[in-house]
Design a protein around this ligand. Structure first.
Ligand code: ADP
Ligand code: ZN
Length: 734
């Protein structure tokens, strides 16, 4: 009888049909651990796989005979130790079984590319080293020649120095040969962090002290910290972090946007020095690998990062903070689907740590859970120093008398406000939640509209690159001079976005320094940091941007916020439309008057009486919550129900319709009394990235009832070869 180790291995592959393990055998001496990577032969290729189970069997030959497939040998063991902790391994299992996510996909979301269970990892960054000279002994000066004396004089006050800082190779050789110094190779950290200037630790306000007391005395360790904009939530996070670190535990600090990481990093760096790591998807693979390993090796106490940092391999977590808890960016709405809040809750449970979710505008789900007592609800209802909330004016843009001139996109009021602030040397933020110069281009003669060849949605005009751009797939083409349908030359620009606002303002205020901030600029990471830094340093007077300018930032010199097209989000048929609009307006209004000067907000809209706009302007969360909960209850939408969404896609339009109907029928019969089956619907855009899409929505109350049935159906869906079907539990986009 031949003993051997049997391994269950997941293999990197695009095909979702492979979202199941394959069995391999290892004839070595020790049991390969669950969680390591191995190289395996697979369909004439050599691929990297990931071990999810391993066990010893006594009689391999008998096993092989009884198996319908030949069981192949693994080629190579890639890791000595599991690439994920026991905690994160069980999180992968949990997400895969509960949410039907692919294990390989989850691992790729969690790990830096160098550790991916894929071939790519072999080409990915390795550890970088730098060489240091460590001085150990002083020479006898009298025995040195003048060159040597000169070299020594340059280094004698240093304990250690990087070799690449010493210009003379001969000097380095001399120091070593004489036994004056030794060479040391150390791992280099490639993320070059330059802290921003941030406030030093203040004395806590009474409100802040009270909240900290409540946290320390609570038996429930999950907190929803509802604090108006400018109430000093960041200081609560920092104070709690200090407590936790004193107890030798670690802190996971998550912010909703990469753009918010530099400031938060700087705060933590100021308090905890080098013991802070950063993790987000904007890092280069090399930087990510280094930061990841610093965390893995226990070199840091704090990880600051955006969504994916929720998977940071921190041990012994004492506190998780989710700042701006309501942010939709916390949901990853492409596979593998996950919500950072749900992961935070899971990890909190595992570590028995504290979890603080802070925001001025809680998501309805979280606020409702706090209402039920699942989370402890904490309030900071006043700004620091009792600074007043901004005064706000809503301008009805459908009344021409308010406009600066008949066809202006600005109200006179907003222009007056801006020119006022420029005189006072105060700063202005203008929110326009749409990119580009014009929303679309239309032929005046025949009304032909330019659309994306792959998504069929109208193309936006981007003036800076003189091109048309698809906001769904980023397709680009030059601005045409002629209508392809009637050959007319009069092409009209319809609707405006950030670029147009910048160019109009620049014409009216030629002296002002105006900058734009939207996702068009995120292609180069430093752009965003640069602009925020310049605005902080008052080198920019007016910052025009999309929702990127609304959240989290603290610019004390901003005294005016202008909102254009405040109702933009209300025209989308989505049950969250009012919530999104309320949050956006309340958040951006909260960016003004945070310093010593009072703030003002001017909100332009054609729907001045809509409750989301009125209550957002007042930052009246309590009233909005009451009102919106009634609406949701009436229409039985979350948080009164839950949603799950199937998305089907195929190159073949008829086939996707056919399979969607089939799936809908089968769901209807099997989910009777458990879930309402809505659809199939056609999402916007219907045709995307070369495939036609359909969606079926499930509305349910109890996942415990739904899950076993989905578990039964899901494997069958994966066998459809030409229609791809994905399940998204709690989708943000319906
Ligand atoms: P929030 O996140 O609640 O909107 P921040 O945490 O950004 O508010 O705080 C708003 C401003 O108040 C910041 O400039 C911060 O430095 C300042 N601040 C916070 N706490 C105090 C305090 N106890 N004393 C003085 N200033 C404070
Ligand atoms: Zn497109």
């Amino acid at each position: 009888m031949k003993k051997a180790y049997l391994l269950e291995v997941f293999i990197e592959h695009q095909l979702q049909q492979l979202n199941r393990p394959f069995t391999y055998v290892y004839h070595g001496n020790t049991l390969p651990q669950k969680g390591i990577r191995v190289r395996v032969p697979f369909r004439q290729q050599s691929l990297i796989g990931y071990v999810t189970e391993s066990k010893l069997i006594d009689d391999f030959d008998a096993y092989q005979v009884s198996s319908p497939y030949p069981i192949l040998n693994i080629t190579e063991i890639m890791d000595e130790k599991p690439i994920l902790s026991r905690e994160l391994l069980s999180l992968v299992d949990e997400l895969a079984s509960q949410q039907f996510s692919s294990k390989i996909g989850l691992l790729q979301a969690m790990l830096p590319p160098s550790l991916f269970p894929s071939k790519q990892s072999l080409r990915s960054p390795k550890v970088a080293y730098e060489e240091w000279l460590i001085f150990i002994k002083e020479p006898d000066i009298n025995l040195l020649n003048s060159y040597q004396r000169n070299w020594w004089s340059l280094v004698k006050d240093l304990k250690k120095v990087r070799t690449n800082e010493i210009k003379s190779k001969a000097a380095i050789k001399f120091f070593i040969d004489q036994g004056l110094a030794k060479l040391e190779k150390v791992e280099k950290r490639r993320f070059d962090f330059k802290p921003l200037k941030v406030e030093t630790k203040p004395t806590l306000s009474n409100d802040q002290k009270q909240v900290l007391n409540q946290i320390n005395q609570s038996t429930n360790k999950i907190f929803l910290l509802e604090g108006v904009t400018g109430s000093g939530k960041t200081e609560i996070y920092l104070s709690l972090s200090e407590q936790v670190i004193q107890e030798n535990k670690s802190v996971l600090m998550i912010v909703p946007e990469i753009a918010l990481t530099p400031v938060m990093m700087s705060y933590y760096h100021q308090r905890f020095g080098e013991k802070v790591a950063i993790l987000h998807s904007g890092l280069t693979p090399a930087e990510k690998f280094d930061e990841y390993r610093r965390i893995l090796h226990g070199e840091v106490l704090v990880v600051v990062g955006a969504r994916s940092a929720i998977f940071a391999p921190l041990e012994n977590i004492g506190l998780i903070v989710l700042d701006e808890e309501h942010s939709e960016t916390y949901k990853q709405d492409t596979p593998p689907y996950y919500h950072a809040r749900e992961i935070a809750l899971w990890r909190r449970q595992y570590h028995q740590s504290q979890l603080v979710m802070g925001t001025a505008t809680p998501s309805l789900e979280s606020r409702a859970r706090a209402q039920k007592g699942l989370y402890q609800h904490l309030l900071l209802s006043k700004r620091i120093y009792d600074q007043a909330l901004p005064t706000t004016t809503i301008i009805d843009m459908s009344q021409t008398k308010h406009l600066a001139n008949v066809d202006s996109i600005f109200s006179q009021r907003l222009l007056d406000g801006i020119s006022n602030r420029l005189l006072q040397k105060e700063q202005v933020i203008v929110l326009v939640n749409r990119r580009g110069f014009a929303q679309s281009i239309v032929c005046r003669q025949c009304e032909y509209r330019f659309t994306c060849p792959s998504c069929q949605v109208p193309l936006a005009f981007h003036a800076q690159i003189n091109s048309l751009k698809c906001h769904y797939c980023d397709h680009l083409e030059s601005l045409p001079t002629q209508c392809p349908s009637c050959q007319g030359h009069q092409l009209m620009k319809e609707g405006f976005g950030t670029e147009k606002v910048v160019s109009s303002l620049q014409r009216m205020f030629p002296e002002a320094k105006i900058a734009r901030l939207d996702t068009d600029m995120t292609g180069v990471r430093t752009n965003v940091t640069q602009i925020l830094k310049q605005f902080q340093e008052k080198k920019i007077d007016i910052l025009v941007g999309t929702q990127m300018v609304a959240k989290g930032h603290d610019f004390p010199n901003v005294t005016l916020v202008g909102v254009m097209l405040a109702d933009l989000g209300l025209h989308v048929p989505h049950y969250r439309a009012a919530e999104r609009t309320f949050q956006l307006i309340a958040q951006v209004v909260g960016r003004t008057g945070r310093g010593t000067q009072p703030g003002e907000a001017i909100i332009q809209t054609t729907m001045p009486y809509h409750y989301a706009i009125q209550l957002g302007a007042k930052q009246d969360y309590a009233a909005f919550y009451d009102r919106e909960m009634k609406e949701r209850k009436l229409r039985q939408y979350p948080p009164f129900t839950f949603l799950a969404r199937f998305e089907l896609s195929s190159k073949d339009q008829d086939l996707v319709d056919e399979v969607a109907l089939e799936l809908q029928q089968s769901l209807k019969t099997q989910l009777d009394n458990i879930a309402e089956v809505i659809g199939p619907n056609i999402p916007y855009p219907e045709y995307y990235a070369g495939v036609y899409r359909r969606r079926i929505l499930l509305k349910y109350k109890k996942y415990q009832l739904l899950h076993p049935i989905l578990e039964m159906i899901y494997p069958l869906l994966l066998t459809k070869k030409t229609v791809k079907i994905l399940l998204n539990v709690d989708p943000y986009d319906m």
